[in-house]
Design a binder for this molecule. Structure first.
Ligand code: PLP
Length: 405
């Protein structure tokens, strides 16, 4: 991999923060966007902007083709059986809300149970809790082991005749743990229970094959995979999507409307009410091309190298450091604390030295509670990060840690 060439595609990486070179290690929250993806957004606004699916004129047909081309690309990217099973959303959050409201709202009854894990992002907890306002729904929680891996024995023990759904992340945004999603799905299906996988942290780093995983639903966000904000994908198995009611009503999702009776459009449009972010969707296409041109395995191997290098040096050089999440094969995310030092203070001081890390609960408060902490500092890597940046991070961390001690 030619890192200098890769970095040259990201103008933001040339920024100085407090007169120091920016070291961007907040990739789990959002990754930066290369010029070719930005160019596609500019071209969408300057050359092809027209509303999709509504026009016979050239621009509208071009815009429609860009959107539908992106759908075909996403299908291929995750090896979904058909484009009808690819629904564009605003992101992972909206995708999960769609499934909770539509599937859960239609098929859950009082007394039913669903299974989540303790490491879920709030976006895979709160949508299910919203259902609890109407349905007496019990949420059962898979705990983690010491290293941050899911306790699969407990998982297996949580099923009973009232279990109706399982929803877990493919990779944790705090611990980096990559969950055994195939095994999770197989167990649920053995009980006749459908599964949603939140792939927000997996899609940027792992090759996704939804047929191999076997999940009924799979969700991810473009902005974490070098793409634009405000665009995401919900894959849903046709059999599930067909029996689900629409999530939102409006234009695009209907077949015919009258005040007496409205019928809905075919898949996937039944779930795509209103004008989508068709320019962002086309940019997601470019982001996928970008990732695959480098090779997802190459991206993952590079990030893994940075993870191992930085982890080893942090543990050796920073006294009192504790890392949360040490499961084998984890993603390139390091969540940590240093004895007696507050994560917020560390993040603030690191920023003054040009280092962008995230601090706080990372939208995973139940996990923080389970770990007995209120937050961590989190450094996470992407394709454009370098060992030199890891060195800058480590020396800044030493300085900050000494200062706070
Ligand atoms: N799920 C996980 C595991 C995440 O890390 C995130 C974002 O950090 C989300 C869901 C929510 O993604 P979005 O805000 O793009 O909808």
């Amino acid at each position: 991999m030619d890192l200098a060439k890769i970095r040259a595609e990201y103008p933001i990486l040339d920024r100085k923060i407090y007169n120091r070179p920016l070291v961007y290690l907040d990739n789990t929250a959002t990754s930066q966007t290369p010029r070719e993806v930005v160019d596609s957004i500019v071209s969408g606004y300057t050359r092809t902007k027209a509303n999709v699916h509504r026009g016979v004129h050239t621009l509208s047909m071009e815009a429609t083709e860009l959107q539908e081309g992106a759908r075909r690309r996403v299908r291929e990217f995750i090896n979904a059986p058909s484009t009808e099973e690819i629904i564009f959303t605003r992101g992972t959050t909206e995708a999960i809300n769609l499934v909770a409201a539509s599937y859960g709202g239609a098929f859950f009854k009082d007394g039913d149970e669903i299974i989540l894990s303790v490491m879920e992002h709030h976006s895979n907890i709160v949508p299910w809790q919203l259902l609890q306002q109407r349905i007496d729904l019990k949420i059962r929680v898979i705990p983690i082991r010491e290293d941050g891996s899911l306790d699969m024995d407990v998982y297996r023990s949580l099923f009973n005749e009232r279990t109706r759904f399982v929803s877990v992340c493919h990779a944790s945004n705090v611990l980096g743990t990559v969950n055994p999603v195939g095994e999770i799905v197989a167990e649920a299906h053995a009980h006749g229970v459908p599964v949603l996988i939140d792939g927000a942290q997996a899609a940027p780093h792992l090759k996704i094959d939804v047929q191999e995983i076997g999940a009924d639903f799979y969700a991810f966000s473009a902005h974490k995979m070098y793409g634009p904000a405000g665009v995401g994908v919900l894959f849903g198995r046709r059999e599930m999507l067909e029996k689900m009611p629409p999530y939102q009503g409006g234009g695009e999702m209907i077949e015919s409307v009258s005040f007496e009776k409205t019928t809905y459009a075919e898949l996937p449009y039944k779930f795509e009410a209103g004008t989508p972010d068709f320019i962002g969707i086309a940019a997601l296409h470019k982001a996928i091309d970008y990732m695959e041109s480098i090779g997802i395995d190459n991206i993952a191997a590079h990030e893994h190298d940075l993870l191992e290098y930085t982890t080893a040096r942090m543990l050796a050089e920073i006294p009192g450091l504790k890392i949360f999440g040490t499961a084998p094969g984890k993603c390139a995310i390091i969540s940590f604390l240093v004895d007696g030092e507050h994560h917020y203070d560390m993040g603030m001081l690191l920023d003054k030295l040009g280092i962008a890390v995230r601090t706080g609960h990372h939208c995973a408060q139940p996990l923080m509670t389970a770990l007995g902490i209120d937050g961590t500092v989190r450094a996470s890597f992407a394709v454009y990060n370098t060992r030199e940046e890891c060195d800058l991070f480590l020396s800044a961390l030493k300085r900050v840690s000494d200062m706070l001690r």
